[in-house]
Design a protein around this ligand. Structure first.
Ligand code: ADP
Ligand code: ASP
Ligand code: MG
Length: 467
């Protein structure tokens, strides 16, 4: 039986962090390691590819040279004598620079080209991590996930083809593990059946880890990051936020959907299906208990376990007194949303049906508004629909916890706390699972809203205990 250990970007960015990674891997049982790009690399690669698309080859190549140098320097510090890794890094850098140059010549960066460029981050980091492990006497080798994770061709947000991926994961990785070797697999990236590199979406190295854990039927999937687990709120927003000892898969999915950056939204799914526990642990405090995510968790007496938020959103409202008389009206609205390929984060409709509110990424809101106005041209002309409006920037805040189900008065406490803080709530939605209450506020109120709710439920005696 194997254990999948995934290390995020901040766990890989310095020699000290890499030393810690080596110590953790040494203690692992038949480990398969999954790595992200080192912190900041993916952002820099995407920025470089966009700069290249403007034709500014000098700036883009300089950025690439800088990234390559930072990886070379890190490698020199952790594994000075590893000629193989140095050569691999050099080849990766040359290949990526050539890609950047072609983008600059074409003045165009297609999602396909961008994925090829972005893959440098994980590929380079796998080389550095494998070399670090070898320097610590561990028989490690870098394994590009392009030979394992098979995906569709939705570049930038590709979906894995699970069964094929599972077969390949076993075929490629198990023989290595059986021989006592430690594969260091790139997170985030995959390839189409034709072998074209894809990426699985931002933050998706967690997803890669869960996919491999499922494919290998691993005992555990350990996600090492820079905090001691999933916390009751984003620690950058709420200083008193505390790690949650246990979360159900459903709670984790709600939290990640609504902005808890600590976990990729889809990451939990493959593990749910395979019944493999996922633990979120801290590379810099590996003895902390962290958070264990399992299919079901026993109630710990808490009501709202965690409060999350997501900014940078827009609220579209379609309003009009006569909308209720139009059959299939909501379906038409959502068909348009789907045709525009806009992802919807939250929906709310009043029972009078006088308005439908949809929350979407802010940068897609005006485009969707125009499309809805085109689709509703007749209804607008006859005043069956009065208007389509956009409010932005807004944030969605969500209070999440299994304990909310069937507990009366939770909503009253949530909105009471907001009222006392003077936070204006623009729209509200509650999932029928009763596991979350989510609502929109102006982005300027996001932080105050999260703090108010966290404070309200933090007094609950059994909220959470680390450990
Ligand atoms: P990694 O690079 O290891 O994948 P991320 O930066 O993607 O790490 O995620 C970890 C970060 O998520 C933490 O440093 C923290 O700032 C942020 N975060 C946001 N919400 C939460 C939360 N509820 N619990 C823990 N961390 C959170
Ligand atoms: N490096 C990728 C990103 O920054 C994937 C990850 O870190 O999980 O989005
Ligand atoms: Mg992450």
């Amino acid at each position: 039986m194997t254990t999948v250990l995934k290390f995020g970007g901040t766990s890989l960015a310095t020699p000290d962090a890499l030393e810690r990674v080596a110590r953790i891997v040494r203690g692992g049982r038949a480990p398969v390691v999954v790595v992200s790009a080192k912190a900041g690399t993916t952002n820099a690669l995407i920025a470089a590819s966009r700069t290249a698309a403007t034709g500014d080859v000098v700036t883009a190549e300089t950025a690439m040279t800088r990234l390559a140098a930072s990886h070379d320097e890190l490698l020199r510090k952790v594994a000075r004598k590893d000629g193989d890794a140095a050569a691999a890094l050099e080849e990766l850098a040359q290949r990526t620079k050539a890609l950047v140059r072609s983008v600059a010549i074409l003045h165009e960066c297609s999602p396909r080209s961008q994925d090829a460029i972005a893959s440098y981050g994980e590929l380079a980091s796998a080389e550095v991590v494998a070399a670090t492990l070898r320097a610590h006497g561990i028989d490690a080798l870098a394994v590009p996930a392009t030979g394992i994770v098979v995906t569709d061709d939705a570049f930038g947000n590709a979906a894995p083809v699970f069964e094929e991926t599972y077969v390949r994961a076993r075929a490629v990785l198990l023989p290595l593990v059986t021989r006592g070797r430690v594969p260091v697999v790139t997170g985030f990236i995959g390839a189409t059946r034709d072998g074209v590199t894809t990426t699985l979406g931002r933050g998706a190295s967690d997803y890669t880890a869960a996919i491999l854990a499922a494919g290998l039927r691993a005992d555990e999937c350990l996600i090492y990051t820079d905090v001691s687990g999933v916390m009751s709120a984003d620690p950058r927003i709420v200083a008193e936020a505390r790690p949650l000892a246990r979360l159900s898969y459903a709670e984790a999915a709600e939290l990640s959907h609504f902005g808890a950056k600590v976990l990729h939204p889809r990451a939990v799914l493959p593990a749910i299906e395979a019944g493999i526990p996922v633990r979120i642990l801290n590379t810099f405090a590996p003895d902390d208990a962290g958070t264990t995510i399992t299919g079901q968790t026993a109630s710990d007496g808490s009501i709202v376990k965690a409060t999350t938020s997501l900014g940078g959103l827009g609220l579209l409202t379609v309003a009009g007194a006569e909308m209720s008389g139009i059959p299939g009206f909501a379906a038409k609205v959502f068909d348009t949303t789907a045709a525009e390929e806009v992802s919807v984060l939250m929906i709310s409709q009043a029972s009078s049906e006088n308005s439908i509110c949809i929350v979407v990424p802010a940068d897609t809101a005006e485009r969707l508004k125009a499309a809805l106005e085109r689709m509703l041209a007749k209804e607008l002309a006859y005043h069956d629909v009065e208007r389509v409006t956009v409010e932005r920037p807004i944030a969605v805040v969500a209070a999440v916890g299994e304990g909310m189900r069937g507990t009366p008065g939770v909503a009253a406490r949530v909105f009471g706390a907001l009222g006392r803080e003077g936070v204006n709530v623009i729209a509200i939605a509650q999932g029928s699972s009763e596991r979350n209450i989510s609502f929109c506020v102006g982005e300027a109120d996001q932080v105050r809203a999260v703090r108010a709710i966290h404070q309200e439920f933090a007094r609950e005696p059994a909220t959470v205990r680390a450990g």
